[in-house]
Design a protein around this ligand. Structure first.
Ligand SMILES: [Zn+2]
Length: 233
């Protein structure tokens, strides 16, 4: 089984970048359709590998079910009782189109777009407001902690994002260098003994057109659920 920092489909290094590479945590108990032995997915996935995979529909269907589920019972890997219990994301589908579906959290201002080909995009309230203004949302300025699965020569702190992906040998798994230039990549820290890299990658979130049209209308009528809670907290 690949390391969680490697793509669970191709086995190559897979630093997360919103819209291009993301992870599925093992405790979500999603069956790994790419593993030869029965196992649950635990780690990152290049979206280019996902879209190219003949098993993408199998993954899409189970991922979509988990996103909508609350607590639910899942068969153990060898089908022996008792069943396992997983915690889904408890989201509700609010849009279903030909290329994607949109899901909304029942408890906070969070949304997820899942493309029929497998990849997903996470959205927050400010992203929907940007869509409502006909602007392109960007992923949040969050620090990602990523353990490089292999040694990289050179001064990692000085690398641009395309240089980092080249050094890891995975530039072809992400969008071409001219599109990567739209990602605001910022090196934060590197701890060589454990090859732990910290970085921020604010990427333009590519929203399928039908979802963009839907969300632009939807946000006009939407009442945020978490403002009051945050103020009280
Ligand atoms: Zn891959």
């Amino acid at each position: 089984m690949p390391d969680i920092n490697e793509c669970q489909i191709c086995g190559d290094p897979a630093p997360p970048i919103p819209g291009q590479c993301d992870g599925v945590a093992g405790y979500r108990l999603i069956r790994d359709p790419w593993s030869e032995l029965p196992s649950f997915l635990d780690g990152n996935i290049h979206f280019s590998c996902l879209e190219a995979s003949e098993k993408r529909t199998q993954f899409h269907d189970e991922f979509t079910r988990m996103v909508q589920a609350g607590h639910e019972e899942i068969q153990s890997l060898d089908n022996s009782p008792p069943p396992l219990t997983r915690m889904g994301l408890g989201m509700t589908q609010i849009f279903s189109g030909s290329t994607c579906s949109v899901f909304q959290s029942n408890v906070s201002d969070r949304w997820m777009i899942i493309k029929r080909t497998g990849p997903w995009v996470r959205l927050q309230l400010e992203d929907l407001l940007e869509i409502g203004r006909s602007r392109k949302p960007r992923s949040p300025a969050e620090v990602v902690t990523y353990r490089l699965p292999l040694d990289v020569k050179g001064d990692i702190g000085a690398y641009s994002l395309p240089e980092l992906l080249n050094a890891l040998g995975v530039a072809n798994k992400y969008t071409p260098a001219d599109e990567l230039a739209d990602v605001d990549y910022e090196f934060v820290d590197y701890y060589p003994p454990k090859r732990i890299l910290e970085y921020m990658a604010r990427a333009p979130l590519v929203i399928p057109e039908e979802a963009r049209f839907f969300l632009a209308d939807y946000i006009e009528e939407y009442t945020p659920v978490s403002f009051d809670d945050e103020e009280r907290a």
